[in-house]
Design a protein around this ligand. Structure first.
Ligand SMILES: Cc1cc2nc3c(=O)[nH]c(=O)nc-3n(C[C@H](O)[C@H](O)[C@H](O)COP(=O)(O)OP(=O)(O)OC[C@H]3O[C@@H](n4cnc5c(N)ncnc54)[C@H](O)[C@@H]3O)c2cc1C
Length: 289
């Protein structure tokens, strides 16, 4: 059963400054509305307390993909379709493009934004594991200026994040590292079916092989904890090691300790933990190939 769409108010300020002033004047009263692909579902299902929305869709300061020698900067309003089609992102940050390609269907990819995916703060979202692997930074803006925060520190608990209610995410910055091009990169989303499914486990990883030893190992997962997770202990255990079966077994045990999945309508904690371990084994196979 679906409720009827309730009545709501939508402000469309003329520019970013006016939007930030409105957020600062009435903190918490206005909900930023980007592509609306999360918000409209919640609103229609009657699960959204908010009835006042602030459209940020048309602000050029929040859009576009800029490439500089040190970074690629992705505006918060960048859609999955724009990410998928970007040549440099496809070459240097393939995990993000894979995540974009596996997010919803074409309509969702045309309208859903990277900033919205981050601020919606679902632990099952598909692009955050890729952003964690790439050591992304977020730039947040408000009337008092802007601040930058490592994405790794952004989510503090289930649906909790370091975003004040007078702030917007302006952009996501990905550091460009030439060594990354020599890394093997792995992404796998496990859901009930291949499209239009929420992840049961999402796994993003990369590492470089140097003389038979793993270097710069990075592993991140979604749907296995209250927030998306960088598997720091497992990474530490793998760094500098060979691709031996005993190393894999130890890393799988470490990963099982590091994740904290739950039973819910989509899956069980035991299944998620086992799948996470299996995906680690698949990542090993890629490194060995
Ligand atoms: C059919 C369908 C399939 C989907 N499939 C997937 C999937 O496979 N994987 C997946 O990860 N997601 C999926 N989603 C969820 C959704 O599409 C994504 O989370 C999307 O990225 C949200 O972006 P948006 O611009 O539509 O966000 P909105 O709905 O506009 O906003 C989402 C939240 O973010 C806040 N927000 C948005 N932009 C900003 C900003 N710049 N600064 C601060 N706060 C902001 C809003 O206030 C709101 O709380 C799906 C949704 C639908 C409807």
């Amino acid at each position: 059963m679906r409720s009827r769409l309730p009545s709501y108010e939508m402000e469309a300020p003329r520019d970013l400054r006016a939007a930030l002033e409105l957020l600062a004047r009435e903190p918490g009263a206005w909900k930023p509305f980007a592509g609306g692909t999360d918000l409209m579902v919640l609103l229609e299902a009657g699960k959204l307390a908010h009835r006042r929305f602030l459209s940020i869709w048309k602000f050029p300061e929040l859009g576009g993909i800029e490439v500089a020698p040190e970074h690629v900067t992705i505006g918060a309003l960048t859609t999955y379709t724009e990410i998928r089609r970007h040549e440099i992102l496809a070459r240097e940050f393939p995990l993000l493009c894979r995540a974009a390609a596996e997010t919803g269907g074409i309509a969702t990819q045309n309208r859903g934004t990277l900033g919205g995916n981050i601020a919606n703060a679902s632990p099952a979202a598909d692009s955050p594991p890729a952003l964690l692997v790439y050591d992304a930074e977020l730039e947040l803006v408000s009337t008092s200026g802007s601040r930058t925060i490592p994405y790794r520190e952004f989510h503090t608990g289930y649906k909790q994040m370091k975003l004040r209610n007078d702030e917007l995410i302006r952009c996501i910055r990905l550091p460009r590292a030439p060594a990354q091009l020599a890394s093997k990169q792995y992404y796998r989303k496990v859901g009930t079916r291949r499209a239009q499914a929420i992840s049961k486990v999402c796994f993003a990883a990369m590492a470089r092989m140097e003389d038979g030893h793993m270097a710069d190992v990075r592993i991140a997962l979604g749907s296995v904890a209250p927030t998306v997770l960088r598997a720091a202990e497992t990474e530490k255990l793998l760094r500098g090691e060979r691709l031996a079966p005993s190393v894999l077994r130890a890393a799988q045990a470490a990963l099982a300790r590091e994740v904290a999945p739950i039973d819910d309508m989509r899956s069980t904690a035991a299944y998620r933990r086992r799948v996470a371990q299996n995906l680690l084994a698949e990542f090993f196979e890629l490194l060995a190939s």
